[in-house]
Write a protein that binds this ligand. Structure first.
Ligand code: ADE
Ligand code: ZN
Length: 326
C-alpha cells in the first residue's frame, strides 16, 4: 500500500476509541478464561464470524457480550496497555480513550478498579513508550439521566484522572437533550464535553448536542451533511468531528466509502479527524482507517496532514502534552 509508510510516520492523535472496543479476539478468550466467564463462542474463528453487523444496535449487543470478560483491575490495566502499544506502533503520540463504567458497575466492579487500572497503564505508557493518553468517561444514553448523574457522583473522587465526558450507546430515541442537566453539571465540575451524535440519527441530534448540552466536539457527526447550515456552523464555531470510517462502513451507516462525507467536511473547513472507534470489532486501528480513505476517497498527502493537524487541534489536550505533535 503506497502511502502506508507515510501514514505510519505521521505523529498523530486519536480522539475517538472505546477501550472496550480494543479487545483482540485472542485476548477475549484469555480474559474469559482467567475470570471464569462463559462465552457463547467456542473458538476464535467462531467469534470472528460473529463480527458482521446489520446496524449499531446489532453491534452493541455483541460489544456488551465482550465487556463481560473484563473484571479485575489487572484486566483494565492489560487492555489499556495493549491498546497503547498498538497505537504507539502506528505513530499515535496522544490518545483520548473513552470507556463506559456503566458496562461494569452492575457486576460490582468498582470505578476504583476500572480507573485505577487504566490510569496505571497510562502512566507506564507515558514513561515506557512516550505515548500520552487521557480518559473520557461515556454515559450510556439508553439508561436514565438519573443513573448518569449517579455515575458523575461515583467518578468525582477520580476527577483528576478523567478529562471529559461523552455520551454513547444506542442513539435513536435517546437524543442528547435527555442529558442536558447531566452535561450542565459535568461542565460545572470542569469536564471537557463531547457526545456521540449523528452516527445513525439525523443531523438534528448534532445541533441538539451543541445547543442543549453545550458540547465542544462531536463524536461521528456523519449525518451533518443533511443540514448545510449546520456544517457552516461547525466551521464558524470550530466544533470538531471525530469520524470513524471503518466503523460507519461495518455498521452499514455508509454503504460506500467513495462518497464518505469526510471529504466534503474537510473541503468545507470542518476540523474533522480520523479515528478507529472499536478497532478490534471493525477490522482496523487508526492507520487502517486512514488507508481506507486513501483507497476510497483518493485523498493525498496534503489532506492526510490536515487530518492529523485536526487530531491535535481538536483534542482536549494541553499544549504541553501535545507540544511534540504540533
Ligand atoms: N460504544 C462503543 N462503540 C459505539 C458506537 N460506535 N456508537 C455508540 N456507542 C458506542
Ligand atoms: Zn464511538
Amino acid at each position: 500500500f503506497m502511502l502506508a509508510e507515510f501514514i505510519t510516520a505521521m505523529p498523530k492523535a486519536e480522539l475517538h476509541v472505546h477501550l472496550e472496543g480494543t479487545i483482540e479476539v485472542a485476548d477475549m478468550f484469555r480474559y474469559a478464561q482467567r475470570n471464569a466467564v462463559n462465552l457463547p463462542w467456542g473458538t476464535e474463528d467462531e467469534l470472528r464470524a460473529a463480527y458482521t453487523y446489520k446496524n449499531l444496535g446489532d453491534f452493541l449487543a455483541l460489544f456488551w457480550q465482550g465487556c463481560r470478560v473484563l473484571t479485575t483491575r489487572e484486566d483494565f490495566y492489560d487492555l489499556t496497555l495493549a491498546y497503547l502499544q498498538r497505537a504507539h506502533a502506528q505513530g499515535v503520540v496522544y490518545a483520548e480513550m473513552s470507556y463506559a463504567p456503566q458496562n461494569f458497575l452492575p457486576r460490582g466492579i468498582t470505578v476504583d478498579h476500572q480507573i485505577g487500572g487504566i490510569s496505571d497503564a497510562i502512566a507506564y505508557a507515558r514513561e515506557d513508550l512516550g505515548t500520552d493518553a487521557e480518559i473520557l468517561v461515556i454515559v450510556q444514553r439508553h439508561r436514565s439521566e438519573a443513573e448518569g448523574l449517579e455515575l458523575l457522583d461515583l467518578i468525582r473522587p477520580h476527577r483528576d484522572s478523567v478529562l471529559g465526558i461523552s455520551l454513547g450507546g444506542p442513539e435513536t430515541n435517546n437524543p442528547p437533550a435527555k442529558f442536558a442537566r447531566l452535561y450542565a453539571r459535568a461542565r460545572d465540575e470542569g469536564y471537557r464535553l463531547t457526545a456521540h451524535a449523528g452516527e445513525e440519527a439525523p443531523a438534528t441530534y448534532i445541533a441538539e448536542a451543541i445547543n442543549k448540552c453545550k458540547v465542544e466536539r462531536i463524536d461521528h457527526g456523519y449525518t451533518a451533511f443533511q443540514d448545510p447550515l449546520l456544517v457552516t456552523r461547525l466551521v464558524d464555531e470550530g466544533i470538531p468531528l471525530t469520524m470513524c470510517p471503518l466503523s460507519n462502513q461495518r455498521l452499514q451507516i455508509s454503504d460506500d466509502l467513495s462518497t464518505y462525507p469526510l471529504a466534503h467536511y474537510l473541503q468545507a473547513g470542518v476540523s474533522v479527524s480520523v479515528n478507529s472507534d472499536d478497532p478490534s470489532y471493525f477490522g482496523g486501528y487508526v492507520n487502517e482507517n486512514f488507508e481506507a480513505l486513501v483507497t476510497h476517497l483518493g485523498i493525498g498527502k496534503a489532506e492526510l496532514l490536515q487530518l492529523v493537524r485536526n487530531s491535535f487541534t481538536g483534542s482536549f489536550a494541553s499544549s504541553s502534552q501535545i507540544g511534540a505533535g504540533l
